[in-house]
Design a protein around this ligand. Structure first.
Ligand code: C6P
Length: 395
């Protein structure tokens, strides 16, 4: 059996999305900026995809949504744009990010530090959560931007974006949220969240294609163009647009939003079953309370078991999980969120992330539970750091 439980890393493209995209490869391949019919014929498809995307985020037509190649691009863009517009001029000198942002925010913030920008890394608490009021303590008159992710990709923790964005608005500070892991799990209505100035998303996290994402820019907020060139995307990101990918992303977001009501309750049930059964195994720990996480994610530590060894055993059984963010999974370092929480070193090294999707089945979860139990037993028996007793099951 093959089981894919690494949906926070990427998801499979929905068949309906694939069907929407296919004609744009060989048949409807025109450049939308050309003046002939090959171009004109695809304009309605692009407009329709934009409508689907605006609808998916509850965005107003006055706002801009610029399609990018991925969330990494959107995140780099917004931080660097704030540097160019507000910090280089000397008006501002400071940004705030959480200490558990994705590397595309943290590495960009570190780069900006080399240019003289002051960066505050907002701490998370022992449950992996952010207290919105701490944001107020970090804001100074020279703060240009606060960037806090909506949902953490490692733990699934939901951060209080509404409150944080409100605090930023009250203090006249721009607010950006990386919503990559929120789409399809939380209903997003940007008309109701006026404190959110910028928002990042990426299609491959919600059963859309890889290589396409976007940046929401609220009406009235200025950004520095990312690519100068032709005037595509309102001159903000020049370059021939990827029509098929954008059409696919439009369909994918429509399906993702629908799935919150239709499929998501089943995903939560399956994740809870997996979590309940794993937590019956002795010396297993989950840091963020279930009700404060999205329903698809489980980050669990198995004392005495190196995360990589566990992944190896699971992979042999056909199960794909991860030790955390896919971007960091090759460096064998301990899980950064577990470290930020202040977890003991042996627990930080033992975290495994299971992330489900609307395609995950009960049979797959039953199978995973059995294979996890087998792996824990085998690995603890050979572990030098774990005193194995034959009773690994909690009473
Ligand atoms: N997180 C994970 O395994 P791209 O691939 O650039 O579209 O997405 C980057 C990204 C940005 N923000 C968040 C919150 C993310 O989760 C990701 C991707 C994957 O957790 C791969 S590192």
């Amino acid at each position: 059996m093959r089981v894919y439980l690494d949906n926070n890393a990427t998801t499979k493209v929905d068949e309906q999305v694939k069907r929407v995209m296919e004609p744009f490869l060989c048949e409807r391949f025109g450049n939308p900026n050309s003046l002939h019919d090959y171009a004109k014929e695809i304009i309605p498809d692009i407009k329709y995809a934009y409508e689907q995307i605006y609808m998916g985020f509850g965005a107003n037509k006055k706002d801009s949504i610029v399609m990018t190649s991925c969330a990494t691009e959107s995140n780099n863009w917004i931080l660097k744009s704030v540097y160019f517009r507000d910090i280089m001029s000397g008006r501002k000198d400071h940004i705030i990010v959480s200490e558990v942002e994705h590397p595309s925010i943290i590495a960009t913030a570190k780069f900006l530090e080399t240019l003289g920008v002051k960066v505050s890394y907002l701490p998370i608490n022992s449950e992996g959560l952010i207290d919105a009021s701490t944001v107020r303590d970090y804001i100074t008159p020279k703060t240009a931007l606060v960037s806090i992710m909506w949902v953490n990709n490692e733990t699934g923790a939901i951060f209080p974006i509404e409150e944080i964005s409100q605090i930023c608005k009250e203090n006249n500070v721009l607010f950006h949220t990386d919503a990559v892991q929120a789409v399809g799990k939380i209903k997003i209505n940007l008309e109701l969240l006026q404190g959110v100035d910028f928002l990042t998303f990426s299609a491959h996290k919600f059963h859309g294609p890889k290589g396409v994402g976007g940046l929401f820019i609220r009406s009235g907020r200025e950004v520095t163009p990312l690519f100068h060139g032709g005037a595509q995307m309102g001159g903000l990101r020049s370059g021939t647009i990827n029509v098929g990918a954008i059409a696919g992303m439009g369909k994918a977001i429509e399906l993702a939003v629908d799935s919150i009501d239709f499929d998501y309750p089943d995903v939560i049930e399956l994740r809870d079953q997996l979590e309940d059964e794993i937590l019956k195994i002795e010396d297993t720990f989950v840091v963020t309370p279930r009700e404060k996480r999205v329903g698809s994610t489980l980050l669990v530590s198995f004392r005495g078991i190196e995360g990589e060894s566990m992944l190896w055993d699971l992979n042999k059984a056909g199960i794909a999980a991860s030790t955390g963010s896919a971007c960091a999974s090759e460096d064998l370092e301990s899980n950064p969120v577990m470290e930020a929480i202040g977890a003991e070193a042996d627990l930080a090294h033992t975290a495994i992330r299971f992330s489900l999707s609307r395609y995950t089945t009960k049979m797959e979860i039953d199978y995973t539970i059995e294979e996890v139990k087998k792996a824990v037993k085998r690995l603890r028996e050979i572990s030098s750091s774990y005193a194995y007793t034959p009773h690994t099951e909690k009473k």
